[in-house]
Design a protein around this ligand. Structure first.
Ligand code: ADP
Ligand code: ZN
Length: 529
């Protein structure tokens, strides 16, 4: 007969106060904990910072047996276990970073009923060995963290998660919870189905983070814009700047440091010691700005991050929400700022087209990008758009750039027609296609070598777009791409008609476009200081 770890606390509230020192449960926590302690399953959708850990740790401390926590991020696992042990909880993990002897020690402790919580990486549960071990002991609850990883169409799919549905049959009497901070309606459905939680109670918290002010502006000189934005923040503000590539991380951090900002880089290519030192400076000192790739921040519990800035377009709204969600976890005002431009759109479309995933995956990636672009280009409330994406209805928020400084719009129909007809002519008459730069040169009547060599100064649309600046044209193209009224294709991101372009050429409806004012939002922020 397996030995169960004994119940450590008579009641949930008792555990909460003794172990964590919190006075009371927050939001849905009490209801979730009750559901699980009484043996029921739960699906928990709660934004980052909402307090998901308590939802499974407290039941594990109150119920007899060991709580199993499936967690995909090894660094996060280590942090959580360290924090629990420091609070007197008997917690341990099993993962690939351990020696055989260390693992054996943890296994013995589990079988002897000496563990309140056991963290395991998902791949361990995809094989018999760990499952047999777990069967020989006694589990109190099974928590599946980052449950959205089971969604094949999500932005974070992990194949090992698919096997976790099997835990239902393997441990029939053990209550299970699935938790995630990112779930669209579709992902929510997939979690329930694939993790086999048909009887679960569902707890869907509000995804709104009212203290975060969203600002998105067009990109002109990203580093300068970033600098201006950071300088507009209160002195000593800690922040995270996200960039897509390691190179861009390095260069941006160096630039900011040169300009007197206490900025340090963080990415997987840095030596482990340097990475740890940078992370610890960010956590412990005031006013440090970390420039990082998106891996940074997972599991970093720093409540007073005052801003999160993106200098490259995130690949999905889920990603954007997750990353911006690292700001203002203490509830005090914080800013999520982003600069994005035509180059981002073209680059990401190209990356999708060139990825070797099958058609369906590419299509889904495309949809993610479209949703992200719609958020960038909206003339309505950013928050409303964001929450709607997570299936939550709301009104205009009064705390985003579009609410605070409603963007001016203009009818871009004629401009769009000029551009599209140039593309059509080149395609039909000469079988040629070009990227944004050359098309803008044609429209603005530029006299470049390339134009003369190709005879493009003889096109009937040559020079018909002189009324707009190059910057204006880039804005037009970016917005048309974002709305699918124009397509970008191939390795070079050449522009082509989309299905919806025909309606524009026929002039069926107006094409309202935002007037781009570079640096507008940072200027406004500067003025207020
Ligand atoms: P999540 O995993 O949902 O991102 P965490 O479990 O890390 O959230 O909790 C976020 C923060 O909220 C942590 O700093 C945690 O200590 C704090 N917290 C959680 N529950 C409570 C509570 N009931 N009362 C006070 N603080 C809480
Ligand atoms: Zn708003």
């Amino acid at each position: 007969r397996p030995v169960s770890a004994p119940s450590r606390f008579p009641s949930a509230l008792d555990a909460l106060r003794t172990v964590y020192g919190f006075e009371a449960f927050r939001g849905d926590q009490a209801a979730i904990v009750d559901q699980v302690i009484s043996g029921g399953d739960a699906v928990v959708l709660m934004p980052t910072g909402g307090g998901k850990s308590v939802c499974y740790q407290v039941p594990a401390l109150v119920r007899e047996g060991t709580g199993l926590v499936v967690s995909p991020l090894i660094a996060l696992m280590h942090d959580q276990v360290d924090a629990l042990v420091a609070n007197g909880v008997r917690a341990a993990y099993l993962n690939s970073t351990q020696t055989a002897a260390e693992r054996a020690g943890v296994e013995r402790a589990y079988l002897a009923g000496e563990l309140d919580l056991l963290y395991v990486a998902p791949e361990r549960l995809n094989g018999e060995q760990t499952l047999r071990l777990l069967e020989r002991g006694a589990l109190s609850v099974i928590a599946i963290d980052e449950a959205h990883c089971v969604s094949q169409w999500g932005h974070d799919f992990r194949p090992d998660y698919l096997a976790l549905g099997g835990l239902a049959e393997r441990f029939p009497g053990v209550p299970r919870l699935a938790l995630t901070a990112t779930a669209t309606r579709e992902t929510h459905r997939e979690i329930t189905e694939r993790l086999r939680l048909p009887e679960a109670r569902h707890f869907v918290a509000s995804f709104d983070r009212p203290n975060i002010r969203y600002r998105i502006e067009p990109k002109a000189e990203p580093r300068k814009q970033l600098l201006q934005f950071i300088r507009a923040q209160p002195e000593g503000s800690a922040g995270i700047v996200y960039a897509l590539s390691r190179k861009s991380v390095e260069q941006t951090a160096a630039y900011l440091a040169q300009q007197g900002i206490d900025a340090i880089p963080y990415h997987a290519g840095l030596e482990a010691g340097v990475r740890a030192a940078h992370q610890s400076r960010f956590l412990r000192e005031d006013g440090v700005v970390v420039v990082a790739t998106i891996a940074f921040g997972m599991g970093i519990d720093k409540p007073d991050v005052r801003f999160v800035a993106h200098i490259d377009l995130p690949k999905s709204v889920e990603g954007y929400y997750q990353e911006t969600g690292r700001a203002g976890r203490d509830g005090a005002p914080a800013v999520a700022w982003m600069a994005y431009g035509l180059g981002d759109v073209v680059q990401q479309r190209r990356m999708i087209q060139q990825s070797d995933g099958d058609r369906a995956i590419q299509q889904r990636q495309s949809q993610h990008l479209d949703a992200m672009l719609a958020l960038c280009e909206t003339v309505a409330c950013r928050r409303q758009n964001l929450l709607d994406y997570f299936g939550q209805e709301s009104g205009p928020c009064g705390n985003c750039d579009t609410c605070l400084e409603p963007p001016e719009t203009w009818d871009g129909l004629v401009a769009a027609q000029k551009l599209l007809s140039t593309i059509v002519r080149l395609q039909r008459e000469r079988g040629q296609s070009f990227g944004a730069g050359h098309l803008i040169d044609i429209l603005r009547g530029a006299s470049t070598d390339r134009i003369r060599k190709l005879g493009h100064d003889r096109l009937s649309t040559y020079g018909i777009g002189e009324d707009l600046s190059e910057q204006d044209w880039r804005s037009v193209i970016r917005q048309l791409l974002a709305r699918g009224l124009l397509a970008s294709q191939g390795e070079y991101g050449t522009l082509a008609l989309s299905e919806a372009s025909a309606g524009v050429l026929r002039g069926e409806s107006p094409v309202p476009l935002r007037k781009d004012v570079i640096g507008r939002t940072t200027q406004a922020a500067v003025r207020k200081v």
